[in-house]
Design a protein. Sequence first.
Length: 221
Amino acid sequence: MQREATFFGSSIGKKVVMAATGLVLLGFVVGHMIGNLQIYLGADALNGYAEFLRHFLHGQGIWLARAGVLLAVGLHIWAATSLTLGNWAARPTGYRQWQARESTYASRTMVWSGPILAAFIVYHLAHLTLGSAHPDFVASDVYHNVVIGFQNPFASAFYILAMLALGLHMYHGIWSMLQTLGLSHEHWNPWRRVIAGVVAGIVVVGNISIPVAVLTGAVHL
Ligand code: HEM
């Protein structure tokens, strides 16, 4: 018991928690994007897919998925906060010039891209799941909600900015996750960047294409 407590209290234990929960969240984000892209197949396809999710496993499936995602988000934020505060406490002070060595641009952006994503999720749930931040929400018509929602250029702009933050977050997150999972070797390092860039790029482009398609009229009611 003591050994486990020490492991999860250690920096490597928290990195393992970050990597494992990050993998769960990556699966959710990729699956969600694939689901969202069904908007290009029309209202019936997107609404039918939403209906299927609501009734999957007699309506229990969506709640199991929600519980899993919520647990992963909670543990991910706990480990991230704990690691960041630990790093700040350990950072030596007094250097005239601070130099970025290990940390890349993307890793330094984790500190602000994470909170932006948390704020985005709160708004996104009020916008497209609960409808409280939506001008004309129809509970059973996801297609209508997305099209009307993205016809507001401010809402679309916020989604696009949040997706760019998501891209940077995923890029560094996948890169670090692969390192934690043991893919840290001279031979693998360039590939880790390629894999992280390609996966993050696909999610960013796929998701951003939706508000852009609505704003340009390519997807409409
Ligand atoms: C342009 C990009 C996105 C679109 C068009 C979109 C669309 C939607 C829609 C329509 C719903 C409601 C589905 C329903 O009620 O059946 C939803 C729910 C949700 N979305 Fe997104 N989404 C996008 C990006 C994201 C991202 C990047 C995340 C996470 C980082 C995310 C997380 C969620 C969550 C957690 C839910 C609630 C699922 C539930 O519990 O029912 N979404 N999204």
